[in-house]
Design a protein around this ligand. Structure first.
Ligand code: DX5
Ligand code: ZN
Length: 231
């Protein structure tokens, strides 16, 4: 008799605009429209991470420029002050870092009330075990597979243990939880992340560093799908 299994969520491919030309973000979105599920928008404040990118005005313009759902990854301090603003601008997901939040459960509730999906991110050195109990308050867990702050870094396979732990926990509790991996996801690493239990994949360099970003995204999806269906 077939064992009961929760239906697998579809693979999500989320190109990161961090690797695109910041003077041509609308074109970068158009280059992958129809081939990807979300656009990953890395917000960095030069405090939580030593890098500075973009903020609400750019997200507002992006929202007007594309129909692709915006997956906002806030690498910022004081997310209580800023995160709901991204939801109000129409972000599909708003993901803030566990390390920066005082009351993650309350902030998740506020994000959902503002109309967004709530995401919790954990950086390279943060154990996932500390946050398993609060996962029911979230739609997504983002597990960094590098140290947050810069694109183009090398994937750290050891961090996939956190994905395995989180996926096992979500399955045993019948949680509907997306697990997104972010950092160094490319043709040669996406299968391992998918086998570990990730179902959403951020890819910056692998998509926007490619001659044909749409084709690169298609290839990543095919590899993730193949790994997930064999698992
Ligand atoms: C880094 C960002 C990532 C980054 C990934 O802190 O969170 O989203 O864009 O870039 P790649 O895919 O090039 O590692
Ligand atoms: Zn990111």
């Amino acid at each position: 008799m077939a064992q009961f299994r929760t239906a697998q969520a579809d693979t999500v491919i989320a190109p990161s605009l961090l690797a695109a030309d910041f003077a041509r973000l609308a074109e970068a979105a158009a280059a992958v429209e129809g081939h990807v599920d979300w656009l990953h928008v890395d917000v960095m404040d030069n405090h939580f991470v030593p890098n500075l990118t973009l903020g609400p005005p750019v997200v507002k313009s992006l929202k007007a420029a594309t129909d692709i759902p915006l997956d906002c990854h806030l690498m910022i301090e004081d997310p209580e002050r800023w995160a709901t603003g991204y939801a109000e601008l129409g972000a599909y997901n708003v993901t803030f870092h566990a390390e920066a939040a005082d009351d993650p459960v309350k902030l998740a509730k506020d994000l959902r009330a503002a109309g967004a999906k709530a995401g919790l991110a954990i950086d390279r050195d943060t154990p996932v075990e500390d946050y398993l109990d609060i996962l029911p308050s979230f739609d997504m867990l983002l597990i960094m597979t590098i140290k947050a702050g810069f694109g183009g870094q090398q994937f750290m396979p050891g961090l996939l243990d956190k994905v395995r732990t989180a996926r096992a926990h979500a399955d045993s509790g019948h949680l509907e939880l997306r697990i997104e991996v972010d950092g160094g996801i490319a043709d040669d690493t996406i299968a391992a992340a998918a086998e570990a239990g990730a179902d959403a994949f951020v890819a910056g360099t692998a998509v926007y560093g490619a001659a044909d970003p749409a084709d690169a995204a298609r290839r990543l999806r095919a590899r993730a799908d193949a790994a997930r269906s064999s698992g």
